[in-house]
Design a protein around this ligand. Sequence first.
Ligand SMILES: Nc1ncnc2c1ncn2[C@@H]1O[C@H](COP(=O)(O)OP(=O)(O)OP(=O)(O)O)[C@@H](O)[C@H]1O
Ligand SMILES: [Mg+2]
Length: 229
Amino acid sequence: MIKFEHVSVQYKNADGRYALNDVSMEIKDGEFVFLTGPSGAGKSTIMKLLLREETPKTGTILVDDYDLNSLKTRKIPFYRRNLGIVFQDYKLFEKSTVYENVAFAMRAVGAPSKIIRKRVEGILDILDIKDKYNKFPHQLSGGERQRVAVARAVVNNPSIIIADEATSNLDIKLRNEIMQILTGFNNSGKTVIVITHDLSIVEKFNKRVITLNKGELVSDTKNGGVANE
Ligand SMILES: Nc1ncnc2c1ncn2[C@@H]1O[C@H](COP(=O)(O)OP(=O)(O)OP(=O)(O)O)[C@@H](O)[C@H]1O
Ligand SMILES: [Mg+2]
């Protein structure tokens, strides 16, 4: 469960402007949600809050049993294991192979090497890039790079997957492919949040849509398309 209660965010040096203004929402376990809105609406800020890279100026954020305001710094790495993030620019390590890029995420949480090997091979297989395990990112196509980013996000079996504009640079075929992969994870019970400003993809899938504009939650299809007060 993800719960935002009256969350406001003001970045330093933001001239008093709020990146998020009194946002409240609840996303239940196993939901698939599009988070949309124009550039600067506050979408990535929500991701940064969930990652606990930022903290709100006011308001409360609950994720499962964690209250992110009172989460101790030393517990942040443990908390983050619940999250799988696909970044817009993928953030792949250019000097590491596909295998190493994905295995890294498991080493970072101290998984034993035998388990890492099995799991990384399994996930590369599911995402249909197993034959590229020895290649470096610059030797891959855009769609393949993206699948490596997805593999890395999900390899530790997180309960929440967040894709921030992960489909934005892709052509329609690849976009549908990644959406299918994310839908598949959702079908296996994971919470999936897809952040995008691309309304064509939102319209294509009949899912809950939360829309932000200038830091405000302006509609949530769960509530009949109107902002929740
Ligand atoms: N580190 C920061 N410092 C100051 N202001 C910031 C910072 N990060 C974001 N902002 C501002 O906060 C607002 C929300 O930004 P955010 O990145 O959440 O938007 P977004 O909806 O993800 O936009 P985009 O679609 O362009 O990715 C914007 O006005 C942005 O300029
Ligand atoms: Mg963004």
